[in-house]
Design a protein around this ligand. Structure first.
Ligand SMILES: O=C(O)C(=O)C[C@]1(C(=O)O)C=C[C@@H](O)C=C1
Length: 287
C-alpha cells in the first residue's frame, strides 16, 4: 500500500548536514527531521514509535556495507524498508578559517567510512597525521568549528562547510570517482513511500538463513529459486550469524515486488528447502 506525504517525524544520523541528513531531505523535504548520534539510536527511535521513519546509511560503493545497520535489522529490530536513497558522496578536507594556513594538523576527524573513502589521499598528503574516528562527518565538522585554537581538520561535505563556517582546504579527496551511498528509510509498518521523484524499478530486500543441516549445494538451491523464475537479483551478501564461525545469513535484493505471484512462489520454495526468510519489504529508489 502506498502512503502519501504529510508532516512526518524522521530520525537521522546527525548532526545537521551529514550525508544522512541530505538523504533524508530528498525524501522528506517538508518533514520534521530529528538528529541522533548513532545508527542504533535512529533505529530505536522508530522501533519505539518516537518517530515515523528512520533514515540510516546501508552501503557505500567504495567501502561496502554498514554492518551496524544490517546487523541491527537482522538481530534486533522488526522494521521495513519503505524507500532507499542513492546519493553521490563528495568528500572535502574542512578546516576552521583560522587554521587555513596551518603547516600541519594535530589530527583529522571523520566518520570511519569517510576516512576509508579518502585513504589514498590521506596516505600521500597527510601520512603522519593521526586519523580519528567520529560519529559522523558533520559531527566532526561541527567539532572543528568549535575548536579554532586547535589545528585540526575534518572530512565532510560542502553543506557541513557552509553550515559550520569552515573552509574547504582540499576538494573531492575521495579516492574513486564513483562514490555513492545507499540509505534506507525504515518504518514499523510494511508500506512503500510513493512521493514524487523515485525511479520506476521496485526492489525487495530479503534476509535468508539457510537450513541448519548444512547439506551441500543448499546455496545453489536458494539461487535457483530466483533463477528459474527469472527474478533478477541486484545484490547478494553474507553476514555472520554470530552463532559460530562459518554460520551466515544472506541479504538478497530482488528486482520485483513481494506481492508478485513469482515472489510468492519463491517464498514457498525457500520454506520448502528449509530456509527462514525475513522480508524487509518492497521499495522504490530516490536519487
Ligand atoms: O557521516 C555521515 O555524514 C553519514 O551520513 C554516514 C556515512 C556512512 O555511514 O557511510 C554516510 C555516507 C558516507 O558514505 C559517509 C558516512
Amino acid at each position: 500500500m502506498a502512503e502519501k506525504s504529510r508532516q512526518h517525524q524522521i530520525s537521522f544520523l546527525g548532526p545537521e548536514a551529514s550525508f544522512t541528513h541530505l538523504a533524508a531531505l530528498k525524501v522528506f523535504p517538508e518533514g520534521s527531521l530529528l538528529p541522533f548520534t548513532t545508527i542504533p539510536e535512529c533505529i530505536e527511535a522508530v522501533a519505539e514509535d518516537r518517530v515515523d521513519y528512520a533514515v540510516v546509511p546501508l552501503e557505500n560503493a567504495l567501502e561496502g556495507s554498514v554492518p551496524l545497520t544490517i546487523d541491527y535489522l537482522f538481530h534486533e529490530a522488526q522494521l521495513f524498508v519503505t524507500a532507499e536513497v542513492l546519493s553521490p558522496i563528495e568528500q572535502h578536507l574542512l578546516v576552521h578559517p583560522e587554521n587555513r594556513y596551518a603547516e600541519s594538523f594535530e589530527a583529522i576527524y571523520s566518520h570511519p567510512h569517510a576516512l576509508a573513502q579518502c585513504h589514498k589521499f590521506l596516505f600521500y598528503t597527510y601520512k603522519t597525521t593521526p586519523l580519528e574516528q567520529f560519529s559522523s562527518t558533520s559531527a566532526a565538522a561541527k567539532m572543528v568549528s568549535e575548536l579554532p585554537e586547535r589545528p585540526i581538520a575534518a572530512i565532510g561535505n560542502e553543506f557541513s562547510a557552509q553550515k559550520y563556517g569552515l573552509d574547504i582546504l582540499h576538494r573531492d579527496i575521495h579516492d574513486f570517482h564513483f562514490n555513492h551511498t545507499r540509505f534506507f528509510v525504515l518504518s514499523k509498518t510494511n508500506h512503500q513511500l510513493d512521493t514524487a521523484g523515485h525511479d520506476e524499478t521496485i526492489k525487495t530486500t530479503l534476509m535468508i538463513s539457510l537450513p541448519e543441516d548444512d547439506r551441500s549445494g543448499v546455496l545453489h538451491q536458494v539461487l535457483s529459486v530466483f533463477a528459474w523464475r527469472k527474478l533478477n537479483l541486484s545484490k547478494i551478501e553474507s553476514r555472520p550469524l554470530k552463532t559460530g564461525l562459518g554460520n551466515y545469513f544472506f541479504i538478497v535484493d530482488v528486482l520485483a515486488e513481494e506481492s508478485e505471484p513469482m515472489m510468492k512462489g519463491a517464498y514457498e520454495e525457500l520454506a520448502a528447502i528449509g530456509c527462514s526468510v525475513k522480508t524487509l519489504g518492497s521499495y522504490y529508489t530516490y536519487k
